[in-house]
Structure formats: structure tokens, C-alpha cells
Design a protein around this ligand. Sequence first.
Ligand code: ZN
Ligand code: ZN
Length: 265
Amino acid sequence: MTLNFSVLASGSSGNAFYIGTEKEKILVDAGLSGKEMERLFHEASVNPEEITKILVTHEHSDHIKGLGIFARKYKLPIYANEKTWKAMDHAIGKIGLDQKFIFNMEEIKTFGDIDVESFGVSHDAAEPMFYTFHHNGKKVALVTDLGYVSERIKKTVEDADALVFESNHDVSMLRMGRYPWSVKRRILGDSGHVSNDDCAIALTDIIGNKTKRIYLAHLSKDNNMKELARMSVENYLNERGYAIGTELEIHDTDPKVPTPLYEVV
Ligand SMILES: [Zn+2]
Ligand SMILES: [Zn+2]
């Protein structure tokens, strides 16, 4: 049995990630309206009725907007750490106790035939954490909201077969742009978001022999462009001898269009 995933949506307007096998089908975050979530699943050719659980990364609205609605409709268990539960409880409507589960930071849980490991990141939420997914010796890592890529995070996600990684902004676009300085400082800071350049630098430590695909994620609508993000990362990696386009593929993500289901082989 193989592991498949799709970045259903990614960006500051909403995030959702699907990963699953025949047996276990997991949604991470539901940051778009209930209706939009339905559309994304449909476009990705995943039946939302087959989803088995939802994991939450943190309580920002671009990650939980449709969480309550979606979980109620499909009667799904939701997993998050205690601080995240506390921080998002008021924002997601009524969720039955039988649907609330704790997933601690730095814990490994086995869901069906997928092992999921959580790890903390520095980002301005209560206790933000992301996940790696393991199945049959394959590893997929998801990290999209972090101000700073620590050695510990690099170790956790290193040599993943496929990686969804934040490439949030172009530093000069952000600096020159119309955001107030307080917002710029937040984004540039250690608990904000990762720039295209910092993404590229981090990737040189993360990419291993097994790494075949990287998805650049959580691009800022105002301070980045797909082409710019991809060129920044590809140029940096090309200069350092990575075989982009042959052994290693760099893919875009979109705030409204799911990436085609990818089978991790
Ligand atoms: Zn966030
Ligand atoms: Zn976010």
C-alpha cells in the first residue's frame, strides 16, 4: 500500500493538507470555509467521507476556519495539543468530547498504517507544531509556519522523500511593500515566517538522497510570487550542484488549487 498526498490549499488565505493510504486518510488543518474544503477534496479526487481524522498545527484562522464545520459534518476526531485546543476552542463552535483528542508536541502516534510524529516550531501561536508522516519506510514532512529553522527541525525533517516547506516572502518585496513596520517586523522575526532565501538555505541541510520532491508553501499573496519563490530556491540549489528537474523536483502550491495527488514511491 502506498502513501499519497495533496497540498489541498496553501497560503495566508487558508491551508489544508491531505495525506493517506488505502486504510488511513488524514487531513491536516482546515483553514478554508466548509464549502471550499468540499471543493478542494473534490478537485483532488479524495472522498471527504473517507477521511479518518483531522490534525491541527495551530489556531491561526488560516488553519482552522472550516475545522468545526468539517469535523461536525463528517463526525471526525480532531487532534491538537492542549494549548492549541485552549486557544482555538471558542473559534470552532461546539465539538463533542468524543471528537476531542490530544496530540502532544514531540509525540509519535500510530494511526492505522501511518506513524505520525509531531514537532514544535517557533511561530506566534500558542504551541504551534507540524508533522512528519511515516509509512513503509517512506517519510513525508509538512512545515509551513515558522520564523526560524532550528537544527532540531532540520534533523526531524531531513531526508524526507517529499517535503512541504514554507517559502513565505521575498525579503525585498516585504521591505519595500505597503505593510506597516510592526507587521513587517513580525514576519521577518524569529516567530514569523520563512523567506525564500532562508527556505533555500535550510533545504541544503534537509535534502538527502531520498528527497525527490519539494513543495514551496504558504506563499504570501502580497510579498511573493510563485515564479520568484521557485527561481530563488532553484537558483540557490542549482549553484550548489543539486540536480533540479531530474533527481529533485520543486513544485508550487496554490491558495485555491490542490496539487495533484502524489504517490510517494
Ligand atoms: Zn500561523
Ligand atoms: Zn498560516
